[in-house]
Design a protein around this ligand. Structure first.
Ligand SMILES: Nc1ncnc2c1ncn2[C@@H]1O[C@H](COP(=O)(O)OP(=O)(O)OP(=O)(O)O)[C@@H](O)[C@H]1O
Length: 433
């Protein structure tokens, strides 16, 4: 029987193992050198923007969302690898922000990260023994003999046996699944209590994905680990996670027990992600529509609820604005002939100012009646677009009209039934709460 890797004094406490409060991680964009010369701010990406998350000991929490939703940044922040702009991360009662660089490095024995690409994570010039033992060397274990004992134990735990066959191998000699097992061995060898796994199976062959997830569950059981599982794949999260946090543009928009999220999704984004899960039964034809449009630019998120431009259930107060009008007008123009487009373009005039997010904007170059007629034509073509509910009024203004949108609501996470959800459809007074 393999012995347990280095004991972790931190796993024995009570209360949450990690407590994240109002965490923000913002990245300043450098912009072009010309913009910098004129002192223009190139903007800020709010990769994580006001996240609260409590990890109970021994649970598996999934961070799920499309690319750019901030999952990896949140995961990296838990290890102190992405600096917090605001808020706090408390691990076993210690606020990461108060730790010295040395203590922070030491903390990484207790919180380890596993990345998506095992080939990139392993140094091609190191044998398996060197790669797995290196973490011990970094943390001060000088004796090669002691390291070897621990390495053998860790390799046995991750199913690379007989161990002698693997110790002297290089990454190039291993399959993708074996490499990820080596990465897992390296992660557990310091005796961590928390493991942040960032898409750990997405680059592996289908045939080995379930085996690696099962290995992770076995390790969790044996070593008393707590997991943060980062993925864009809800199907694997269903299998693996106790709780799921759905992320969108730096925020958690819904969080709750896995069964509840799957049985009764509340947030329109969660519903859309669930509809997009491929059905393993080829005979069943389910609509697989990810929400319309792409994930917006995180440096200039939509006003109000960041999901509103793609939302099927959007309401008049979800944050409609000038950029939504541009999207609608441009979609209308894609269906016009070149002559029609030319004539309408002259009526509408310049629309570049729509790109500056605003709840009031002007449209028109040939007078208010022509601008109104144009908007009527757009509306007849797309009468069900939720943006129309978001327009409060249209008034005459100079050479055209001014479109006023309802002031949008940026919803906070609120309890609704068994989950928490950030959507105006679940207000504080909701009977569900
Ligand atoms: N070091 C950085 N500098 C600037 N922007 C960054 C940095 N790291 C991440 N971002 C931006 O922050 C946002 C969130 O990125 P992040 O990688 O955390 O998302 P993700 O959900 O993990 O996406 P993916 O699944 O593609 O990894 C993105 O807009 C990304 O471009």
């Amino acid at each position: 029987m393999p012995t347990k890797p280095e004991a972790t004094p931190t796993t024995t406490g009570t209360g949450p193992i990690i407590d994240v409060r109002d965490l923000a991680v913002h990245f300043g964009l450098r912009g072009s050198s010309l913009a910098r010369l004129f002192g223009r701010d190139a903007g800020t990406v709010k990769a994580v923007d006001g996240v609260n998350l409590t990890l109970a000991r021994g649970e598996v929490v999934g961070l799920v969302g499309e690319s750019g939703s901030g999952k990896s940044t949140l995961g990296r922040a838990l290890l102190g690898l992405a600096p917090a702009t605001a808020g706090s991360i408390v691990f076993e009662g210690q606020d990461l922000a108060t730790l010295s660089r040395r203590r922070l490095r030491d903390l990484r024995r207790h919180i380890q990260m596993v990345f998506q690409d095992p080939s990139a994570a392993l140094n091609p010039a190191m044998t398996v023994e060197e790669a797995v033992g290196d973490a011990l060397r970094v943390h001060g274990m000088r004796s090669a003999e002691e390291r070897r004992v621990k390495v053998i134990d860790a390799l046995e735990r991750v199913g690379l046996s007989p161990v002698e066959l693997f110790l002297e191998k290089y990454p190039r000699d291993l399959s993708g699944g074996q490499k990820q097992r080596v990465v897992m061995a390296r992660a557990i060898i310091t005796g961590p209590s928390v493991l942040v796994a960032d898409e750990p199976i997405s680059m592996l062959d289908m045939s080995v994905r379930a085996k690696i997830l099962q290995l992770m569950l076995d390790l969790k059981q044996d070593l008393g680990l707590t997991y943060v599982y980062i993925t864009h794949d809800l199907a694997s999260a269903k299998y693996f996670c106790d709780r799921i946090a759905i992320m969108y543009l730096g925020r958690i928009v819904e969080i709750g027990a896995t069964e509840e999220i799957f049985a009764n999704p509340r947030h329109p984004y969660t519903k859309a992600l669930l509809r997009a899960i491929p059905d393993p039964d080829p005979g069943r034809q389910l609509p697989r529509d990810l929400p319309r449009g792409e994930v917006p630019d995180a440096a200039a998120p939509p006003l109000g609820c960041a999901f509103h431009p793609r939302c099927k259930e959007a309401t008049p107060t979800c944050g409609w604005e000038s950029r939504d009008l541009r999207t609608l007008v441009e979609a209308h123009w894609t269906r016009r002939s070149p002559d029609e487009y030319g004539a309408e373009r002259a009526v509408v005039g310049d629309i570049d100012h729509f790109d500056k997010p605003a709840t009031s904007t002007t449209l028109g170059a040939q007078g208010a009646p022509a601008a109104r007629e144009f908007l009527d034509r757009v509306r007849i073509e797309a009468p069900d677009d939720p943006i129309w509910g978001g327009i409060e009024s249209i008034t005459d203004d100079g050479s055209g009209v001014r479109v006023h949108f309802h002031e949008g609501i940026d919803p906070a996470l609120r309890r609704a039934g068994g989950v928490e959800v950030a959507c105006v459809l679940y207000p504080e007074t909701s009977t569900e709460g």
